[in-house]
Design a binder for this molecule. Structure first.
Ligand SMILES: [Zn+2]
Length: 113
């Protein structure tokens, strides 16, 4: 089950919350390290299965592709079992951008880059 940050906070023990607050007051070094480790773990998890067809990816196969998406600091990783799945993913992004452009044009929203 996916949990939002606010939900996760409400499930944290009071003493640990106080400890987190103290860390934030001192610059948040421990929290920064924990978040970085959690991101690395998630990235490993995301690389295990194809983003499109959910097939388990063989890490030794030469037909795997992995891309990084999004702006610096908010990068996400997506892996694909084959070129077909990568192509499907890209064409789906293009299709959604085209739909967004059409909707934006009809309601006068500035174009997204
Ligand atoms: Zn696939």
């Amino acid at each position: 089950m996916k949990m939002r940050f606010k939900d996760a906070l409400s499930n944290i023990d009071y003493h640990e919350l106080v400890g987190l607050h103290e860390d934030l007051e001192k610059g948040g070094h421990a929290i920064r390290g924990e978040v970085k480790n959690a991101i690395l773990e998630k990235e490993k998890e995301l690389g295990k299965f194809c983003h499109v067809c959910q097939t388990e990816i063989d890490p030794h196969s030469m037909s795997n592709y992995t891309i990084l998406l999004g702006p610096e600091g908010l990068r996400r990783k997506a892996s694909f079992c084959a070129l077909d799945c990568l192509k499907y993913f890209i064409s789906d992004i293009e299709r959604r951008k085209d739909e967004f452009k059409k909707k934006s044009a009809s309601v006068g929203v500035p174009e997204q880059k």
